[in-house]
Ligand binder design. Structure first.
Ligand code: BMA
Length: 863
């Protein structure tokens, strides 16, 4: 008898924000008992030390598995940190070489006693020929696939294994060249990205050939587990499950799928016991398996508990052409608020459990409930999804295709088919995943003709698109998982795209599906520039990471906004100018005569600009959920681009490489709060909406305050009567012409005053305090240089920063450099003389260390 892996299942699973519901972890155990001779499995891990050799043998070094060549070279001191300065270019040779991994090993049990022996790779990156004892046993060409090779006839007690890799860059070029019938664009990334070409011809992390926020490091190596499995009679190769609701019996069943390799030449009889101890559920089934590969499906009735359900609702909306696009989780409409996830590092072996937990905890701490695992990266590690299950983070899971067209020749399709089937099987038991999506922006790329395709050739590419995402991936998804929706692309028009033949003339139609929206030119403080769409799954603005993050990978001569280094790290064409343009619309640009000071001030200002822009845009989407204006609205999702960074560079991220929170992340904590007042102007009328993601209706009052820039004394305050905000709703609570508001508050002008406001419920709940600027801050009158001091004290595991200011201070930014941790709030508008902010360290630190590293900046410091 043996007990295979025992994944946790999470019935009645509720997304984290706003109020975590009951999340019950159940342990599912599958126990097998064969009738007849004793079977069994022995496993031997091949993780650990391997030998790595360069193509011509000039370099030989030890390497660790899981890992890659770059990491091995770093560990041996043969190269520096690949992220340091221009090392991405200096180390390009590594990915252009063809490396070999090898290992001699002795199996610690008598291999002859086993009928079947398999070599299993959970992940090979990417193109390799595999030899065991000098015999080729197979080839790999897809880093997203799991490979299992039968080595029964080749394996001995002492063995020599080799993986002869081919450079991913050279392989991609070769594949593209061999595709002679027509080109499959894009050929190469924009020059600014300093990347490699033809990434669409290899099933490898697409951004590893560079992206507009990331470097080119096309790694080679064994990036996941590798082991030998030996067994007799019969072997369970995997088991997975999904909850299925039986409508007629009105009860839940657990559909368990298990796959067996029956080695015995005769049928094998046995018993399978499914046990869920927490539910006191245990059932035993008798099975008989014929020789060869067998799949067994069992249906187990589940009492008492409910499972997470998901529904993507696309239905007509009154007063609006088109269809809705929103998610119902457990029967309740949920506004998806969050951001987009990219790989946490170019070298996956550096992504530790601690780092994953830290990044995902930051998602929850910022009141997000959803992440989109973007299609240009990787299907994440098991642990990523396990943590999301646990923390209640919903996942929009893309398939790994992005911003490109793809070939559909037989071998490519076979590889993708195996990848899709495997990933569905691996991931479908995670309740955190709520939707599968075929690709990132490839419907848009075709229909908006990003790659200048001749109209007469378009049909060829459309056919390829339908073959890949509809006839293959979609079919595999639907066959493997009936519990979640599938859409072919993001953005897409959903069922409207299907009606138009799977590709819509305008995938950015605000009346259907999701959209991506980027506009770096228009004034982001003006909400009228944003689309009133059903669901916005990408939007954002760039900023620079903090100086303490950049300092680690740069040297003195790099520390200016226009240095060679700064330009090198900016992969988005025109990105540098766009940030300054947007910041310049509302702020004075830093002018210090000290270049280092100007650099630091500019970093600060780009973060202010980004935070303010994404805030305005997100708040617009949040308040557009309950209304239709000119046929548009009913917005039920806002996922900004992007959550995290892959290295230290300017990007759209709100978390820096390593996890430090940018100002935007602190802002997200506010604008994604479950109860939020949103202020804005509509033709000189100041309006406030109340937005609620609370689970029940609430009686609220709104407090509106007016402050003058020139004094810490409050000018005036007004509290409204009671309003009821229904669960999940956004309603107008307040509107007053700005002139009247100013007149009421003595000598106020747009330039001299600022408005703040918050909601309070009658059971004591408070929203964050929000604010509205009545003019650009470069025109503000009365702002004084604020002297802000902090007294730091330790309170158990946290530290209190007691702040005192001499004047009203916008965008107060507390920084403790490289000390890992986050503040309870940051980047805030300080309108009161004192305020206490907490610092939550992620590693042990001391008051002394914090005092030493502490620095505070507010807007007037950079003027
Ligand atoms: C979208 C994303 C990414 C990109 C981002 C910013 O296109 O899907 O490809 O990084 O915009 O340009």
């Amino acid at each position: 008898m043996r007990v295979p892996s025992s994944p946790a299942i999470l019935p009645f699973w509720v997304p984290a924000a706003p109020a975590p519901g009951m999340c019950l972890h159940l342990l599912l155990l599958l126990a097998l008992c064969w009738v007849g001779p004793i079977g069994g499995t022995r496993t031997y891990s091949l993780q650990g030390r391997w030998k790595i050799r360069s193509g011509n043998g000039s370099l030989e070094l030890p390497g660790t598995t899981p890992g890659c060549v770059h990491s091995a070279l770093v560990r041996q001191g043969l190269i520096q940190d690949p992220y340091y300065r221009f090392n991405d270019l200096n180390y390009r040779w590594i990915s252009l070489d063809n490396w070999t991994y090898s290992k001699k090993f002795k199996i610690p049990f008598d291999i002859c006693k086993w009928q079947k022996v398999k070599l299993i790779f959970e992940g090979v990156d990417t193109v390799a020929e595999i030899l065991l004892n000098k015999v080729t046993i197979g080839k790999t060409d897809n880093m997203f696939n799991r490979y299992s090779f039968d080595i029964t006839s080749v394996v001995r007690n002492v063995n020599y294994i080799e993986l002869r890799f081919q450079s991913a860059v050279l392989y991609a070029a070769q594949q593209s060249k061999a595709h002679t019938r027509y080109q499959v664009p894009p050929n190469c990334p924009p020059l600014e990205q300093k990347g490699e070409c033809h990434v669409n011809f290899i099933r490898k992390e697409q951004c590893s050939f560079s992206w507009d926020w990331g470097p080119s490091f096309p790694t080679q190596g064994i990036w996941k587990d590798v082991r030998i499995e030996a067994y007799n009679i019969c072997h369970l190769t995997y088991f997975t499950f999904s909850p299925v609701y039986d409508n007629s019996a009105q009860e839940w069943n657990l559909e368990i799928e298990s796959s067996f390799d029956v080695v015995s030449s005769k049928p094998v009889g046995g018993r399978v016991t499914v046990a869920i101890p927490k539910l006191q559920t245990q059932k035993t089934y008798s099975i008989e398996l014929q020789p060869e590969k067998r799949i067994v499906k069992l249906l187990v009735k589940i009492n008492k508990v409910y499972f997470r359900t998901v529904e993507l609702v696309e239905e007509p909306i009154e007063g609006s052409p088109g269809l809705s696009f929103y998610f119902k989780i457990n029967g309740f409409p949920i506004f998806l608020k969050g951001s987009n996830w990219i790989p946490a590092d170019s070298f996956q072996d550096r992504v530790t459990s601690d780092l994953l937990r830290l990044l995902l905890q930051s998602v929850v701490d910022a009141n997000m409930n959803t992440l989109r695992v973007w299609g240009g990266g990787i299907y994440e590690q098991d642990e990523f999804y396990e943590i999301c299950d646990e923390l209640g983070i919903m996942i929009w899971q893309d398939f790994m295709f992005a911003c490109a067209l793809y070939p559909t020749d037989k071998s490519f399709l076979n590889s993708v088919r195996a990848e899709a089937a495997y990933q569905i099987r691996r991931l479908k038991s995670h309740p955190s995943i709520i939707i599968w999506s075929g690709n990132n922006e490839n419907e848009a790329a075709l229909m908006k003709n990003w790659f200048d395709i001749c109209p007469s050739d378009l049909q060829t590419y459309i056919n390829d698109y339908v073959i890949l995402y509809v006839k293959n991936i979609r079919e595999i998804v639907l066959a493997g998982d009936k519990t979640r929706p599938f859409i072919t692309s993001s953005p897409t028009n959903g069922v409207e795209s299907i009606t138009e033949g799977w590709l819509s003339a305008n995938p950015y139609d605000t009346h259907f599906g999701d959209i991506h929206f980027y506009d770096y030119v228009s004034d982001c403080w003006n909400w009228e520039v944003f689309p009133k769409a059903r669901f916005v799954s990408e939007y954002g603005y760039q900023s620079w990471p903090s100086f303490s993050t950049l300092e680690k990978v740069s040297s003195k001569e790099d520390w200016s906004y226009t240095s060679k280094f700064s330009l090198h790290r900016q992969h988005h064409p025109n990105g540098t100018d766009e940030m300054l343009h947007q910041a310049g619309l509302h702020f004075k640009l830093p002018q210090s005569t000290d270049p280092l000071r100007t650099f630091k001030d500019t970093i600060y200002l780009t973060q202010v600009m980004q935070a303010q822009c994404v805030k305005t845009e997100t708040e617009f989407y949040l308040r557009s959920r309950s209304e239709i204006v000119d046929g548009e609205g009913h917005t039920w999702g806002a996922l900004y681009w992007q959550l995290n960074d892959i290295w230290q560079a300017p990007s759209w991220a709100s978390l820096e490489y390593g996890g430090k929170w940018k100002m935007l992340h602190y802002f997200a904590q506010h604008f994604f709060a479950p109860l939020l007042p949103v202020g804005f102007e509509n033709h000189d009328v100041f309006c406030v909406y109340g937005v609620s993601d609370l689970r029940s209706d609430h009686r609220v009052t709104l407090t509106v305050r007016v402050h003058t820039w020139s004094s810490l004394e409050l000018l005036c305050s007004h509290v409204t009567g009671y309003f009821v905000i229904k669960a999940g709703e956004a309603i107008l609570l307040y509107n007053e012409p700005v002139t009247e508001l100013l007149r009421r508050c003595r000598s106020c002008t747009r330039q001299s005053c600022v408005v703040s406001f918050y909601l309070s419920t009658d059971n004591g709940l408070l929203s964050p305090t929000n604010y509205h600027f009545l003019s650009s801050l470069k025109e503000a009158v009365g702002l004084q240089k604020a002297q802000i001091t902090a007294t730091i004290s330790q309170q158990n595991d946290t530290f209190a920063f007691d702040l005192e200011t001499s004047a009203v201070a916008p965008f107060v930014w507390l920084d403790v450099g490289s000390i890992p941790g986050r503040f309870s709030d940051n980047g805030f508008l300080m309108t009161e003389k004192t305020r206490t902010i907490l610092f939550y360290p992620w590693k042990p630190t001391s008051k002394k260390e914090l005092e030493h590293s502490f620095h505070v900046t507010s807007l007037t410091d950079i003027y």
